[in-house]
Design a protein around this ligand. Structure first.
Ligand SMILES: *Cc1c(COP(=O)(O)O)cnc(C)c1O
Length: 344
């Protein structure tokens, strides 16, 4: 592929493991489900933004930037990984956070990702919810330039053509892993938000002439809008790499129905999926992305989307620090407060 001509820093722990979820597969009666552990990319609790940041940080350093600017919600995993990458390369990092999730409590404001952002050295600016984030980032960059600094703006979710290269590369990594293990994959399912992950995978599999289906599960509560993010980013990425965008863009599939009322708002399906995977596989999912994506995968299986003998990869995109900010969703179940069994 053309990937080698783009500068890249190497700090992700790659390849991430590909592990069977045999107990989940058995509980559902097939298909054969595996998990690709991009929660284990290694940078400050890991997650999918780390692959994107290998390319984005390389671009920032190539421009001799001294500061990264990015944006997201209070519990943004993207922001946390960007702040960590900045720390790793001796760059300052300014983050513009907005309160996009309604009715959050004290845990949400103080633990999980926001705690880590501060620990990692971010300068945190709170944005009113109605402010346009790209505009706010451009304005902050201008202020910093006036002060003689060299800011580099990392887009929301790290989702532009540069960031998506991380997932073009992931498609190739997964194919190599499957070849070595003698596994034929029919579909990959993952949470889709700002679109760069799905865009990169879609371009990557196309470039490899693979017809693995990429199924994004919308976490924004507006699947049409999310699909538009994916298509825009996929088209830009395809063009940058010299592929015809049309066949890629026309195959983009984003599943509605699993985000619930909106981004970051807990759903029963999410809580159930997080509990099920923890209790039956020892695998920790998150409340905002992978819990909803797993609820989606389980539902798609139950609706007969896959045949029993298909092989489906669930891409674990990370997000686990946010679990602590959603403690209230998981603390009330009697099974988690069970009496100690009597030992006789
Ligand atoms: C950002 C994020 C996603 C979505 O990835 P996009 O590339 O923004 O679509 C999924 N899962 C987690 C945990 C994330 O932080």
């Amino acid at each position: 592929m053309q990937l080698a001509r783009f500068p890249r820093l190497r700090f992700a722990h790659l390849p991430t493991p590909l592990e069977p979820l045999d107990r989940l597969s058995a509980a559902l009666g097939g298909p054969h489900i595996l998990v690709k552990r991009d929660d284990a990319t290694g940078l400050a609790f890991g997650g999918n933004k780390t692959r994107k940041l290998e390319y984005l940080c390389a671009a920032a350093l190539a421009e001799r930037a001294d500061t990264l600017i990015t944006t997201g919600g209070v519990q943004s995993n993207h922001v946390r990984q960007t702040v960590a990458a900045a720390a790793r390369f001796g760059l300052a990092c300014e983050v513009l956070l907005s309160r996009v999730v309604p009715d959050t409590g004290a845990d949400y404001e103080a633990t999980g990702n926001i705690l880590l952002d501060r620990l990692l050295g971010a300068t945190v600016h709170m944005l009113p919810a109605e402010v346009d984030r790209p505009v706010a980032m451009a304005e902050r960059a201008e202020v910093l330039r006036q002060m003689g600094r060299r800011p580099y703006v990392v887009p929301y979710g790290g989702s532009n053509a540069i960031g998506a290269l991380g997932y073009v590369d992931c498609a190739a990594e997964l194919e190599r892993q499957c070849d070595e293990a003698g596994i034929l994959v029919d579909a990959i399912v993952h949470a889709t938000g700002s679109g760069g992950t799905q865009a990169g995978l879609s371009v990557g599999f196309r470039a490899l002439n693979s017809d693995i289906r990429v199924i994004g599960i919308d976490v924004n509560g507006d699947a049409d809008h999310t699909a538009e993010f994916v298509r825009t980013c996929a088209a830009a990425t395809a063009e940058m790499l010299g592929f015809d965008p049309e066949p890629i863009v026309s195959r983009v599939r984003v599943e509605p129905r699993f985000a619930g009322p909106g981004y970051g708002i807990a759903t029963d399906g999410m809580v159930e999926a997080v509990r099920q995977l923890a209790a039956s596989e020892g695998l920790i999912l998150d409340p905002v992305y992978t819990g909803k994506a797993m609820a989606g995968l389980i539902d798609l299986v139950k609706r007969g989307t896959f045949s029993r003998t298909d092989t489906v990869v669930f891409l674990h995109t990370g997000g686990t620090p946010a679990l602590f900010a959603y403690r209230d969703c998981f603390g009330t179940d009697p099974s988690t407060r069970a009496e100690h069994p009597k030992i006789s």
